[in-house]
Design a protein around this ligand. Structure first.
Ligand SMILES: [Zn+2]
Ligand SMILES: [Zn+2]
Length: 168
């Protein structure tokens, strides 16, 4: 299980070359391949660009990909009332719920077949091609639209792929 850390904004991943723990952000994903077969929840092979400069692969379930960022976000926080660290498992879900009501989903797609932005999830992505692997300013993102199942492509900045709720 690759846990998601709300503070660093990524999943915990271990570099296969150095053994160092890395934070895997969505913008470091390069391909997402859903494994064939009736696995429930579906399993995906994620190839990503590691801090060591090589690409590695991870096996991730849809729960890890799509739900872990929402479930874990700010689950642990500093409670001003008690002056201690507190854990509220519903806190992240609540923040994301408010964010999504304002139109900020974990991933926002602009499918040509819908007029409104499409609420989407990390598992909707298929491939991310950065303009410059050493200094990424934008990525060509290939996805499968969750509403119409068609493939699409759009240009996104790395900031648009940060898995943080936006309350403004
Ligand atoms: Zn590595
Ligand atoms: Zn669509």
């Amino acid at each position: 299980m690759h846990s998601f850390d709300a503070i660093t904004g990524g999943w915990d991943a271990v570099c296969g070359a150095s053994g160092v723990h890395e934070t895997l952000r969505l913008s470091a994903f390069r391909t997402v391949r859903r494994l064939p077969g009736p696995t429930a929840p579906p399993a995906h092979v994620v190839r990503y660009r590691c801090g060591c400069g090589d690409d590695h692969e991870l096996l991730m379930s849809s729960v890890e990909l799509d739900w872990a960022p929402i479930r874990s976000t700010f689950g642990e926080h500093f409670d001003l009332m008690t002056g201690r660290m507190a854990e509220d498992p519903d806190q992240g879900v609540e923040l994301w719920w408010r964010s999504m009501r304002r139109g900020h989903w974990p991933v926002t797609l602009h499918c040509a077949h819908h007029r409104a932005p499409v609420p989407a999830w990390p598992s909707c992505l298929r491939a991310l091609e950065p303009d410059d692997e050493r200094a990424v300013s934008h990525l060509l993102v290939h996805y499968v639209c969750p509403l119409c199942d068609r493939q699409g492509t759009q240009v996104m900045r790395p900031q648009a792929l940060e898995l943080v709720p936006r309350l403004q």
